[in-house]
Design a protein around this ligand. Structure first.
Ligand SMILES: NC(=O)c1ccc[n+]([C@@H]2O[C@H](COP(=O)([O-])OP(=O)(O)OC[C@H]3O[C@@H](n4cnc5c(N)ncnc54)[C@H](O)[C@@H]3O)[C@@H](O)[C@H]2O)c1
Length: 316
């Protein structure tokens, strides 16, 4: 029987490359033993050293005690035997190369050897996974999409295909919460998930600017880092519009001869313009505009201090 997420003691991570070693590290830091599987002996041999270097960064940043490093590294078990790892896995992350052939090979091999109720999650970035890869137990096959560097970035996008069970998705999200991540369970799977899809739209706009000769790529990075880069971490896209004033956004859209999208029209028609009316896309819970703006601005200043301290406005 599948353990509860809090009881999981041993998992399998398939693929020990750029993402795999770091994902394995996060589970090991949370006290879970990890069989780290790769076909490539060189990748397997390199992984513990990469994890150790990451852990030293956490020590230098004051987020880990150095005496914990050997214990965490001791929870990593590199192996080329997927069958042996799968047989004892209570959960698995598929983090192999982004090809349908590689994904299908590990899904087949894992399902052949694993207990039938074990959840298998894929870290694919861009494949139409549930169409292109077939699982024998599709109800326990989900996506859990991490971000690089996996041991630092909080979000993991969790999404299911047409046959993934709600229970598998929630169970995966609970396990990710247990290891300190911020899982987001999407309503349904979409190629590119949320964050990368939005980034791709930004990339297309940036390309247009370069093609037009309006800006260089360095200009574009600098402009984003010193403007929306400071804001996005606090307000995302839609709450940022709340602060602009949704009435203004709707008027401006109409003024440009464009149709006001239904999700915007709906709130504006109700008089929800943002903090200035106590509610926009978000409900400000009876707080005054001044109170909300003060909280926002103190947070922006804290972000700005941190970015300046990290010398973030120069190229890395
Ligand atoms: N690199 C990123 O920034 C990033 C971010 C999010 C998601 N992803 C996704 O994570 C997955 C892995 O990406 P990566 O950047 O870590 O790739 P990578 O090339 O660094 O590592 C992939 C590893 O998989 C191993 N592998 C290939 N076939 C295998 C098999 N049949 N059995 C066992 N191991 C096998 C390879 O030897 C390699 O070590 C991909 O699906 C990718 O799209 C990558």
């Amino acid at each position: 029987m599948r353990p509860s997420p809090g009881e999981v003691q041993r998992i399998t991570v398939m693929g020990a490359g750029t993402m795999g070693h770091s994902i394995a590290q996060v589970f090991a830091q949370a006290g879970i033993d990890v069989d780290l599987v790769d076909l490539d002996e060189t990748a397997l041999a390199r992984a513990p050293g990469l994890v150790e270097a990451n852990l030293r960064i956490l020590v230098d940043a004051g987020r880990l005690a150095s005496h914990e490093i050997p214990t965490i590294l001791g929870r990593l078990h590199p192996t080329t035997s997927l069958a042996e790892a799968a047989a004892r896995a209570e959960f698995a992350m598929e983090v192999v190369s982004e090809t349908i052939a590689a994904k299908q090979a590990v899904v087949n091999a894992f399902e052949d050897a694993a207990a039938p109720d074990v959840v298998l999650a894929s870290n694919t970035s861009a494949l139409d996974l549930f169409t292109q890869v077939t699982a024998a137990r599709p109800e326990r096959f989900v996506c859990a999409h991490w971000f690089m560097p996996a041991y630092i970035i909080p979000l993991v996008e969790v999404a299911g295909g047409p046959d993934s069970s709600g229970d598998s998705l929630e169970w995966t999200a609970d396990l990710l919460r247990r290891i300190g991540k911020q899982p987001l369970v999407m309503n349904r799977f979409a190629i590119g998930f949320i964050a990368n899809k939005v980034m791709m739209a930004m990339g297309a706009a940036a390309e247009e600017l370069m093609d037009d000769g309006a800006a260089t790529l360095e200009d574009i990075d600098f402009a984003l880092k010193t403007s929306v880069g400071v804001r996005l971490g606090l307000v995302g896209i839609f709450q940022s519009l709340d602060f602009n004033g949704l009435d203004l956004i709707a008027e401006g859209t109409a003024e440009m001869g464009l149709e006001v999208p239904p999700y915007l029209k709906e709130v504006v028609d109700q008089g929800f313009y943002g903090p200035k009316t106590g509610r926009g896309f978000y409900d400000y819970g009876g707080r005054s505009e001044r109170e909300v703006v003060r909280k926002r601005d103190l947070a922006y200043l804290a972000v700005l201090d941190a970015l300046e301290e990290a010398d973030a406005f120069s190229p890395l």
